[in-house]
Design a protein. Structure first.
Length: 317
């Protein structure tokens, strides 16, 4: 074989081998690209799954947070309702406790207090005399009778009793033990006997109810009489005056009549024989036409009783 042919054969072989190598290399590269594409796709799918899972997780968390927030809101609302209910209950309990305490205090302070009411004068008079004070040589008539209305001629004892029974009701409602020296206008008691009612009851206060009269028909107004400080009244002087001022101020404030003041008296038999605090109220002048008209009015008498009752309550505190 000639050299020329040999060279051609070699070239053909090289061409065939080169083509085969190229084809193989191309196939390998194509396969590598395919594998790489698959890997990329797998990575994308994996990332998509991660993102999807993350979104699902976030959605779950958001839902859980929303549910928790809603639950917290409900718990908070329930707590507020409960708190309001407890506050209302506490308020009611406090009100009940205060009412019970007030009732208890009222009972403890007033039910132990004894008030004696002495409606002045009677429908029966007596010229029998009695000592003005223990050991005194001065003698005074037991029951001279009181004054009367300038126009209606209503006896003073009628007005006195009308005020007394009203005051009794007021004081009983306040829880006091109330004793009347008498309940009928026909009962005649001397002033010593009246004082003895309060002494025997060991009264915390004796209040004597009267109405006034004067020859000068223009004179009007209310006054309070209390014992002066003597050897017979030294033990009750201070309290009697203190109580008299408190009760009288309440009367004037409630009723609004003219204030004729609190006056000390040493000539009152009922004061001088008393061993317990005692006061005497003059509710107005039956000798004054305008004041007589008022003293004939039920509503006016109710005011007087209220003023006296409230004053006694203040004095007994």
């Amino acid at each position: 074989m000639s050299n020329k042919k040999k060279s051609l054969l070699v070239l053909i072989c090289l061409f065939i081998i080169g083509g085969a190598l190229y084809s193989t290399n191309y196939a390998i590269k194509k396969h590598e690209k395919s594998v790489q594409a698959i890997k990329i796709k797998e990575e994308e799918v994996s990332q998509a799954k991660v993102v999807a899972l993350a979104k699902v997780s976030a959605d779950k968390k958001a839902l859980a947070a929303a549910l928790k927030a809603k639950e917290d809101e409900k718990l908070k609302a329930d707590a507020l309702i409960k708190e309001k209910e407890l506050a209302e209950k506490a308020k009611k309990d406090a009100a009940t406790a205060n009412a019970l305490a007030e009732t208890k205090q009222k009972k403890s302070s007033s039910s132990k207090k004894v008030i004696v009411i002495d409606p002045g004068h009677a429908s029966v008079t007596s010229s029998v005399k009695e000592q003005q004070a223990p050991g005194s040589t001065i003698m005074k008539v037991k029951e001279p009778g009181g004054t009367q209305g300038i126009n209606t001629k209503t006896p003073e004892y009628v007005v006195n009793m009308a005020v007394a029974v009203r005051l009794r009701s007021v004081l009983q409602e306040k829880g006091y033990t109330v004793i009347m020296t008498k309940t009928q206008n026909s009962q005649m008691l001397g002033n010593i006997a009246r004082a003895e009612v309060g002494n025997k009851a060991n009264a915390d206060l004796v209040i004597r109810i009267h109405a006034d009269g004067d020859n000068n028909h223009s004179v009007n107004g209310a006054s309070m009489l209390v014992p002066t400080n003597t050897k017979n009244t030294s033990g009750i002087y201070k309290l009697s005056k203190e109580y008299g001022e408190i009760v009288f101020n309440s009367l004037i404030k409630t009723v609004g009549m003219k204030n004729r003041g609190v006056n000390e008296r040493s000539d009152m038999t009922g004061f001088n024989w008393s061993k317990v605090p005692v006061i005497l109220v003059e509710t107005g002048f039956l000798s004054n036409a305008s004041e007589e008209k008022l003293l004939m009015s039920d509503s006016y008498l109710d005011k007087i009783a209220k003023g006296l009752g409230d004053g006694i309550e203040q004095a007994m505190k």
